[in-house]
Design a protein around this ligand. Structure first.
Ligand SMILES: *Cc1c(COP(=O)(O)O)cnc(C)c1O
Length: 436
């Protein structure tokens, strides 16, 4: 397409010619003519936008029919929990569990007695075993659902007392205060953005208080003249304390000293902890609720709980993740920088042997997913010209890096070790095609 002789858009094949192609005609038998035509039109549009060459329109239409979105991508961004890339990548054990659960399962049946059993009891038992300080546990769709259930069941028509420094936006325009207010609970804001004291809370606690909410401001840090009240002191106020820790760390991780964990938070006196399953825990999207048995029971029995119930696939993947916590998330977080460097240099050398010159430079990777904003992970990246970014992103498999100072940086931290050859081939294809 860079031959300069003709406008490539003129060479985009016509719809009727494409529909007569034997491969696409056969696809029409499987998927229906309307879907094939839509795929053809979409591929023609991609060629007109310059995303693919006109010669690739047929194959692109076929590929789109074969693999509907979402597609598996290689995450070379250096962001371990990239929300746009589905946050945590599941472990092999979790993938195996959810494939097994895809058919009929004993999710809600006790095979020994033949009677109905508590739904998802394997996942619940694994969660309880992972956090012995929790007297009871429950699982819902995501972290936001866990908060909504707590607010609805414990504070609808009453007040949730929360510091102004913890009224956060969790991303894509979703704000915790709006989410909580949508349940019919009233927010009683105390303190200021940078400073809140125990006295601020104590002054508003009364018969109308549903609970005190402690939110971990997971995606930003406030520094300077600040003060916040820890869960241990909030627990002296005589009302339930609900702590939204966000990340789903179940026990402390020395790599992430500022990140709260469920065990420590419960020991400090929180009555209920809420967290996500697909952040630092490294599991499927889920909302974890851990804590006081009577409170968890109220949540579990609330009518809304049924609407927030998790799917059998989630329960299977969560159980496996808790059972075997050596997740890709943990591996990526704890990846050794020297080993990453060696691996990246090996990739550079193999590319060089094929005549493709790249560089290896030091870089910083981050946790992402709205977690651990202050943490910088020492990393190494393969640096390529920026023009590689789009063809790699739109290739098969799509490869996502990050752009900085006119370069495309590929961080292998979150790329499975057995995918280095796939990545190398993708880079070489771009170069050979001339897009690079
Ligand atoms: C991520 C996060 C949430 C939202 O959890 P989801 O699982 O994305 O619904 C809520 N609170 C905090 C503190 C978070 O970090």
């Amino acid at each position: 397409m860079r031959d300069g002789t003709a406008d490539p858009r003129r060479r985009v094949p016509r719809t009727d010619a494409l529909l007569a192609d034997p491969g696409l005609a056969a696809a029409a038998d499987t998927f229906g003519r309307d879907r094939v035509k839509a795929a053809v039109v979409a591929a023609q549009d991609r060629a007109r936008r310059g995303e693919i060459t006109p010669e690739r329109v047929r194959d692109a239409a076929l590929a789109a029919l074969r693999s509907p979105a979402p597609r598996a991508v290689l995450n070379a961004t250096g962001v371990v929990l990239h929300t746009n890339l589905g946050r945590a990548a599941l472990s092999a054990a979790a993938v195996e569990a959810l494939v097994a659960a895809a058919g009929h399962t004993d999710v809600e049946l006790d095979l020994a007695t033949g009677r109905r059993a508590r739904r998802g009891r394997a996942a619940l038992a694994a969660l309880a075993a992972a956090v012995p300080d929790a007297r009871a546990v429950h699982v819902v769709n995501n972290g936001a659902a866990a908060l909504v259930l707590a607010a609805t069941a414990l504070a609808a028509g009453r007040e949730i007392v929360v510091s102004r420094g913890e009224l956060v936006e969790i991303g894509d325009g979703f704000r915790l205060p709006d989410l909580l207010a949508s349940t019919g609970a009233r927010l009683r804001e105390v303190g200021t953005t940078n400073r809140t004291t125990l006295g601020d809370y104590a002054a508003v606690i009364g018969p109308d208080t549903g609970f005190v909410l402690k939110v971990h401001p997971s995606n930003f840090v406030v520094t300077g003249f600040t003060s916040a009240v820890g869960v241990d002191r909030l627990a002296t106020l005589g009302v339930p304390v609900v702590a939204d820790i966000g990340s789903g760390l179940l026990a402390p991780d020395p790599l992430l000293p500022a990140e709260p964990d469920a065990t420590t938070t419960l020991r400090a006196g929180a009555h209920l902890v809420t967290a996500s399953g697909d952040k630092l825990l490294g599991g499927p999207q889920a909302g974890l609720l851990l804590g006081d048995a009577a409170l968890v029971d109220r949540l579990r029995r609330h009518p809304l709980a049924r609407a927030l119930r998790v799917d059998k696939l989630t329960l299977a993947a969560l159980a496996a993740t808790l059972h075997r916590p050596d997740t890709p998330t943990r591996a990526a977080l704890h990846a050794d920088a020297a080993r990453l460097r060696e691996r990246t240099e090996r990739l550079r050398d193999r590319l060089a042997a094929d005549g493709c010159k790249t560089e290896v430079v030091p870089a910083v990777a981050v946790v992402g997913g709205g977690g651990a904003p202050g943490v910088e992970l020492e990393s190494w990246v393969l640096s390529l010209p920026e023009r590689y970014a789009r063809p790699l992103r739109t290739g098969a498999p799509p490869v996502l890096g990050r752009l900085a100072h006119g370069r495309l940086l590929l961080d292998l931290r979150c790329v499975p070790a057995d995918a280095d050859d796939v990545l190398r081939a993708a880079i070489l294809r771009v170069r050979v095609r001339g897009d690079g």
